[in-house]
Design a protein around this ligand. Structure first.
Ligand code: ARG
Length: 465
């Protein structure tokens, strides 16, 4: 069936129909389409276009369509142009010619915007839950090893000692921003477009605020041309998914390294790893590699819609139909990656002795020593120089920090005092970093409590608009 045709002498060619049809992917929107159409039927009744009985039989028919659509075979053999056309055909099969009234004063251009907004709102809620779950898993992992000391890295070279919970809280913060970003994106999605018509505003004086209330939207759009032309909200959504993936990808990369034989800090659960078809000893971190891999795919989804939109003249152009597959894909991959990351975190165990030894054997304490010298009155550049010389001397003679004691340290240069030798233990140096945001043990304990409070405050009542 077609929602147009009077102006044409022949129908569309088969090749064009096949090329332009979108039902095979936009069928995902069917529940949004029926829900939006029900609100629209109520608005049409208020305009006197539908009688109360007509409205009720349409509402009933949409309910039936929504119920039947739960069976995936529902779409088998359908040749309709898109989900909107499909739903109206199904409506006709149920209510006959009454179905011809449902599209009064409505355009598919606003309808598709409405459907995507309804759909992405639900997707955003699922992502918020998924992000909060990973944040919860990170806190649990931090609490399992609250005192573990690891070397922190810059340039993938051991830099300074940090507490394991401090490291995990870095990812907690990234995810907290991801949560916020999805909330902000959701607010821009949560705008009701109906009443915009094709581009000029509908010819019927709908109570648009009432439609917005009916569909739980927090506001109505302000310009009909903007509605037809705009996919900013979709791009915001793709960007937010991309940022989630970027963070999960870096976490995955860290944990791939830290669970390798070379690092040996972490053991991933059997349930999230796989073996090799040839090499019997292998236990590979495929779950994490796939999170890393899928991030590239989601960035591609974002790039694809950006490029689709960039040269389009106002307002609607059929190019915009290409928005849906990247959106569905990015959502699916981001949600799946969040669940996978949580499962990996839950499965993981740590061997704190290994990163502790890595910290103790290396010169992650050098900055602590230089800063202690500076606190004792030595100008920092001089202190830096002195500790650099101490490290060079040690590297040349094969000394580890623990090979030094107060006496040998003080003998190395007059600026060093014997009690500074306590700083050769990485856990000691961390105690000088108790300012907010630092890795000092008290600062981290406070940060953990603060993170838990913030996480608890994130939980929203289910189904909140
Ligand atoms: N299926 C189209 C889309 O997804 C909506 C239909 C609007 N089509 C049109 N020719 N105005 O964008």
């Amino acid at each position: 069936m077609k929602l147009w045709g009077g102006r044409f002498e022949t129908g569309p060619s088969e090749i064009f129909e096949r090329f332009s049809g979108s039902l095979h992917f936009d069928r995902k929107l069917i529940l949004d389409d029926t829900r939006g159409s029900q609100a629209f039927a109520r608005a049409l009744a208020k305009q006197g276009i539908l009688t109360a009985e007509e409205r009720d039989s349409l509402l009933q028919a949409f309910d039936e369509i929504a119920a039947e659509a739960r069976d995936s075979k529902y779409f088998d053999g359908a040749g309709d142009e898109d989900v909107h056309t499909f739903v109206i055909r199904k409506l006709g099969e149920k209510v006959g010619s009454l179905s011809e009234k449902i599209h009064t004063g409505r355009s598919r251009n606003e309808q598709v915007s409405l459907d995507i907004r309804l759909h992405l709102r639900t997707c955003a809620d699922a992502l918020l839950d998924g992000i909060a779950e990973v944040m919860r898993a990170l806190l649990a992992l931090a609490r399992k090893y609250p005192d573990a000391v690891i070397p922190g890295y810059t340039h993938l070279r051991r830099a300074q000692a940090v507490l394991w919970p401090h490291y995990l809280l870095a990812y907690f913060e990234m995810l907290a921003r991801d949560f916020e970003r999805i909330e902000q994106t959701r607010a821009r999605i949560n705008v009701m477009p109906l009443g915009s018509g094709a581009l000029a505003g509908s010819g019927f004086d709908f109570d648009r605020q009432q439609i917005a209330r009916d569909l739980d939207f927090s506001q109505i759009s302000r310009n009909s041309m903007d509605v037809s032309a705009d996919r900013d909200f979709a791009l915001d959504f793709l960007y937010s998914c991309s940022m989630i993936m970027l963070h999960l990808s870096r976490l995955a990369e860290d944990w791939i390294l830290y669970s390798s034989e070379e690092f040996g800090w972490l053991t991933l659960g059997d349930g999230v790893t796989s073996g090799s078809s040839l090499m019997p000893q292998k236990k590979n971190p495929d779950s994490l590699e796939l999170i890393r891999g899928k991030s590239g795919r989601v960035f591609g989804d974002l790039a694809s819609l950006f490029i689709t939109m960039k040269g389009l003249p106002l307002t609607y152009n059929r190019d915009m139909q290409e928005d849906k597959e990247p959106l569905f894909d990015a959502f699916y991959q981001a949600l799946g990656s969040l669940s996978m990351a949580k499962a990996v975190a839950d499965s993981m165990t740590m061997n704190p002795a290994v990163p502790r030894a890595a910290a103790e054997e290396s010169w992650v304490v050098a900055t602590d020593l230089a800063e202690e010298l500076a606190r004792s009155g030595v100008p920092f550049h001089r202190a830096h120089q002195l500790v650099g010389q101490l490290v060079l001397d040690s590297v040349k003679s094969g000394k580890k920090p623990s090979d030094w004691d107060g006496r040998s340290l003080a003998a190395f240069a007059p600026e060093f005092q014997p009690e500074m030798a306590r700083l050769f233990s990485p856990a000691e140096g961390m105690k000088s970093r108790e300012l907010p945001g630092g890795t000092g043990p008290r600062a981290v304990a406070l940060a953990l409590n603060d993170a838990q409070d913030r996480l608890n405050a994130l939980s929203r009542p289910a189904g909140a608009p």
